[in-house]
Design a protein around this ligand. Sequence first.
Ligand SMILES: [Zn+2]
Length: 389
Amino acid sequence: MRLIRSRRDTRSAILGYLWCSGGSFRPELAQGVALTEASISRIIGDLKAEGVIQETRRAAPYRGGPSLFIALSNDLSVAAIEISNNCLYSAVGTLAGETLYSVRYDLPDGLGAAEVEATATRAICDLAAWAAQRGITLEQLAVSIPGYDPDLRASPIIALDAARLSDVLQRKLPDTPVCLTNSMVARAVGHRLRMGTGFIGGSYFFVFVGHGVGAAIVDELAESGDVETCEIGHVVIDRRGGVCRCGHVGCLETYVSTVALAGILEVQESDLIGHGDRWPHEYRISAKARAEIRSRLGRLGLAIGNALNLNRQRNVVIAGWPAALPAEDRALIMDAIGQSRLGGLHGIALTFSNASLGREPVSGLALAAFSFIRRSGERRASGRETISN
Ligand SMILES: [Zn+2]
């Protein structure tokens, strides 16, 4: 484990552990961040005084054990704008993970820039008004945008002008820190939260297969907590293939997204997503459709294997629709990874993760809490001296 050096990093590590664990007793927390109880006690005191964490008395986990339980505060609020599945989700939740407000706006793929901006502006105005009416201070806002790249003004996936969006946010929520990210970061962070603590250790390659297809390299929170995106969904695998929403032809996404899967199953994509992880049990899948799905899994595996040739990660997590398939189908992905990765499957640990479809805005809110934690839980305009490196 990397040594945690600054006070700011220690605060982030403590908050990150509480975020992943859903709260913990002090000894477990100290162990989780690789420090002694004595060395974290002052920071715990500061975070309590600042209202970022709460300490409550709970039944001790064992006789004579600790009884003071520490968790992130339910009194602090964060907000999210999450663009996903042809919709824009706008939400407010508590730092501890409770959703307080959630509204969905239609935002179909292929919509023009003016309509996208109008929808985003309406969502931001509604959200800001809702918070203002209740006197709720938003400590952080996270915006997740498919295909977002800070070097490009507009995403190739959705015609949302990031600079104009920032202007609207600045006008409507002038004091709220905002982070704009690629939606794959939100997916990866949302998934990280659900894994709890001590799951993998070290970094891993996270692949999401849904309406969009993408990947990220996630460093564990105890380390840097970095999430770096990879556009695996837009790897062109056949130039004679179908047109992708990014404008290219034959991207992996056109073969393995939920749009593609809905096409194979001859159902509406929204209906498929509504079924969540139950879809393989709730549709009658013909032999032909099953064979097609299996061939698509092979394409997905080849792309992942090639991605691992470019970035030598050993731990791979796949979230999205393939997770709900029987083990024999999922094994096709593994076989195909072995066929494209140099060195085959040796040393690769593959995990599938369920419950990833149709859960918006959970990922967006997780990203907002994570962003607040990454900046060490510094409350906005609190006037307190909270960080002293
Ligand atoms: Zn594409």
